[in-house]
Design a protein around this ligand. Structure first.
Ligand SMILES: Nc1nc2c(ncn2[C@@H]2O[C@H](COP(=O)(O)OP(=O)(O)O)[C@@H](O)[C@H]2O)c(=O)[nH]1
Ligand SMILES: [Mg+2]
Length: 224
């Protein structure tokens, strides 16, 4: 988190992590597409011909709260391919929260697991405690065949510290819910560590209801 006290401005870094082709870029595209009224900036994206993120994608979202505090969210993705490990580590630097985008297909279970271990290692290498940074998990591609069932995901959710969300990122389903969940977890953690309510007079509950009404409004527009 970066704080500019003079400008009453706070920048929060959120990273979408996961194996290659799990749908990280698709999540940002959907947020950009759904969120036109919520001050989404331009989506910066650099891909190769076969849809693969070369370095990272970045989507800035600017929000202002009633307290006068300006909040900038910066959403990043990482390239999933094994060879891009140094880039992933770099993008993770100073992350405040992570959305892990898993591929729901059974065939991708190993790739998910490997990427999750890689996330924990790269967090540690950046001096971030993987047990303390907010992480949420999205199981994407719920529209495909031969995916892990809802019951299986419920069982995973029972066992894991991380909240689980389901999505079809290419259609925008579940994308805003995932983002809202990530912001909630991250904000609670920042509140705990930095006392934002005390410093800026903004309560976590009020902040989340402001964010939610803005983002959910956009999501409804897309579905209606
Ligand atoms: N069927 C289906 N395809 C998806 C979904 N999300 C992403 N994809 C496809 O999976 C491929 C990789 O997506 P992308 O967002 O580039 O993955 P990234 O490597 O994690 O950034 C693309 O062809 C997407 O169209 C989804 O929810 N359902
Ligand atoms: Mg990508």
């Amino acid at each position: 988190m970066q704080v500019d006290f003079a400008a009453k401005e706070l920048t929060v870094k959120l990273v979408y992590y996961g194996p290659a082709l799990s749908g990280k870029t698709s999540n940002l595209r959907a947020i950009h597409w759904l969120g036109t009224s919520s001050a989404c900036g331009e989506l910066m994206t650099l891909e190769t011909q076969n849809d693969r993120t070369l370095f990272f994608d970045m989507l800035p979202i600017a929000m202002s709260s009633q307290s006068g505090l300006k909040i900038r969210l910066k959403l990043f993705t990482v390239p999933g391919q094994v060879m891009h490990d140094a880039t992933r580590r770099l993008v993770l630097q100073a992350a405040d929260g992570v959305a892990f985008i898993a591929d729901s297909q059974r065939s991708e279970a190993d790739a998910n697991r490997e990427s999750f271990l890689n996330l924990k290692k790269n967090l540690e290498d950046n001096g971030i405690d993987p047990e303390r940074i907010p992480i949420i998990i999205q199981f994407n591609k719920r529209d495909l065949d031969d995916i892990r069932t809802d019951e299986e995901l419920a069982a995973i959710a029972q066992q894991s510290r991380e909240p689980i969300y389901k999505a079809v990122a290419t259609r925008g389903y579940g994308v805003m819910q995932t983002l809202i969940g990530l912001i909630r977890e991250t904000w609670n953690k920042l509140e705990e560590e930095h006392g934002l309510e005390e410093k800026f007079g903004i309560s976590p509950l009020r902040f989340m209801s402001e964010i939610e009404s803005q983002l959910k409004h956009d999501a409804r527009r897309a579905e209606g």
